[in-house]
Unconditional design. Structure first.
Length: 119
């Protein structure tokens, strides 16, 4: 449903089709990585690596560094400067709140009031 919603989105930087394509690609790659990890964890035999003193031992490979560093920088950027993301999602959140408010008009006041915890 999120991808279908993005498909019709109109932003200043990207069209909705481009955003939906990126999200779809991310979902496919995420599922591929997750399934590969599950296969390695549950279906491969346990092998102890042979330790050689001259080997460079590292907890993270170069490919993992290439993938983690941009993701960490994006998370840091969004943590320090969240206003761009907030401005992007503001119209949709207002639309959703209006739809929810309209759908709750037929309900009794006590069912809609979030501050009333007695019922």
């Amino acid at each position: 449903m999120c991808v279908l919603g993005l498909f019709d989105a109109r932003t200043t930087l990207f069209s909705g089709k481009v955003l939906a394509g990126f999200v779809s690609l991310g979902m496919v790659l995420g599922a591929w990585y997750f399934l590969g990890m599950l296969m390695k964890v549950f279906f491969q035999g346990l092998e102890e690596p042979v330790f050689k003193k001259q080997e460079n031992t590292s907890d993270i490979t170069t490919l993992e560094k290439i993938l983690v560093i941009p993701t960490a920088l994006l998370c840091l950027y969004l943590g320090v400067f969240p206003q761009g993301l907030i401005d992007t999602i503001r119209p949709e959140t207002h639309l959703i709140s209006k739809v929810i408010a309209k759908s709750n008009q037929h309900l009794p006041k006590w069912a809609v009031d979030s501050g009333n915890k007695t019922r």
